[in-house]
Design a protein around this ligand. Structure first.
Ligand SMILES: C[S@@+](CC[C@H](N)C(=O)[O-])C[C@H]1O[C@@H](n2cnc3c(N)ncnc32)[C@H](O)[C@@H]1O
Length: 369
């Protein structure tokens, strides 16, 4: 029997269907299931995008312009029903527009998804999460503290397409960083780019400063990407190659004005990251500058989902990799002996810690030399 005295909302309760049929009533409003569905649909969203890129949907629409399904289908042989479902899925993901049955590229697709877009991520998307099969074995990786098939087993197979895919964004970021770092104004700086990939940082600095020279390091199978990119940008004659493991390869001490650690620390674990920062310190001349690019978690590891999930990506596919907080990185940089530590963000979501090696006691500043 309904008892009014313990009912906070008696009117609602009396008329409530469940109350009429004697089923338990609760005033408790359940939390939305949306975050759960977002996780489930995340898999669908990613695979829809990868399939669309593989089928050439975005490049096709760029070539033929706004088109109905049949026109797209004439260019992309496929089951019409399945192709429609794929296109409609991309529309609800807000990466294509559809008006009156006509599909067309929106601004996001033009910028990020066509192969020659100004900030194209087309080559990056299939490889960015790491080997896909590692995600299906994540529980085992968490249990064992190590993935069964880490990318370190065959680094070139993973890194060559990755650094091809990230080059455009990193190069844009490195070029823009000059507004903050003024490397273009230095007198004939020497740059060391460790784990350089396609060498976006070294190439950007050489492009902006015609007196600059660079030593570019990477693993044997990956270094040819840097060679090719340097040639494409007309700076190959000012680059020396340093092939080998960045933890052990011989580096000239106190010989560089800028050392770049571009997205190489998070794969190495805390100890490995500290080792690389220490190597950078030794390689720099007094007053030389460290540039350390990565995705930095906030101190509670909950306010920057991209950085936290990048840590999960490292966990899924590398032996030691993880996500680290900005406080950890800046602490390691300080402990290595650097000073004047600051954080810059030349383009959105791309941040770097910048720090200086102290000048020797009793010497004047470089500007005063
Ligand atoms: C995420 S990519 C970063 C590329 C580039 N520095 C950038 O900022 O875009 C990591 C790079 O580190 C290289 N790398 C990984 N382990 C290495 C090692 N032990 N020694 C030298 N290079 C390594 C990879 O081959 C790859 O080119």
């Amino acid at each position: 029997m309904f008892e009014a005295r313990d009912a906070p909302y008696p009117e609602l309760k009396k008329s409530h269907t469940m109350a009429h049929v004697g089923r338990p009533f609760t005033d408790f409003k359940p939390p939305a299931a949306a975050p759960v569905w977002a996780a489930i649909e995340g898999l669908a969203r990613y695979n829809v995008l990868v399939a669309a890129l593989e089928l050439g949907v975005f490049d096709c629409l760029q070539r033929i312009g706004p088109s109905i399904l049949e026109a797209v289908n004439a260019e992309i042989p496929a089951s019409p029903e399945h192709l429609r479902t794929l296109l409609d899925s991309i529309v609800v993901m807000e990466l294509l527009d559809q008006v009156n049955g006509v599909y067309q590229l929106n601004d996001a697709a033009k910028r990020y998804l066509v192969s020659d877009g100004p900030a194209s991520m087309a080559a990056l998307i299939p490889v960015a999460p790491g080997p896909h099969e590692n995600w299906t074995r994540l529980a085992d990786t968490v249990r064992n503290g190590r993935p069964a098939t880490p990318i370190e087993d065959d680094p070139a197979a993973f890194y060559v397409p990755l650094v091809e895919g990230t080059f455009t964004t990193m190069y844009r970021c490195a070029m823009r960083a000059d507004l903050k770092l003024r490397y273009s104004a230095l007198s004939a700086p020497r740059v060391l780019d460790l784990g350089a990939g396609g060498a976006p940082w070294a190439i950007a600095i050489l492009h902006a400063n015609h007196g600059a020279t660079a030593v570019v390091n990477d693993l044997p199978g990956v270094l040819p990407v840097a060679v090719r990119k340097a040639a494409e940008h007309g700076v190959a004659d000012r680059i020396d190659l340093l092939e080998g493991d960045f933890h052990t390869v011989q580096i000239e001490p106190e010989a560089f004005d800028i050392v770049v650690l571009g997205h190489i620390c998070r794969t190495e674990g805390a100890e490995g990251a500290r080792h690389l920062i220490g190597r950078a310190f030794e390689a720099l001349r007094p007053e030389g500058v460290l540039i350390l690019a990565d995705y930095f978690c906030d101190i509670e590891r909950k306010l920057n989902p991209h950085a936290v999930l990048m840590g999960a990506t490292m966990m899924a596919s590398t032996i030691n990799g993880n996500g680290f907080t900005g406080q950890q990185y800046s602490g390691w940089i300080r402990a290595a002996g650097f000073e004047a530590i600051r954080l810059i963000e030349p383009i959105g979501f791309q941040q770097q810690y910048v720090a200086a090696k102290p000048r020797r006691r009793g010497t004047s500043t470089r500007q005063g030399e």
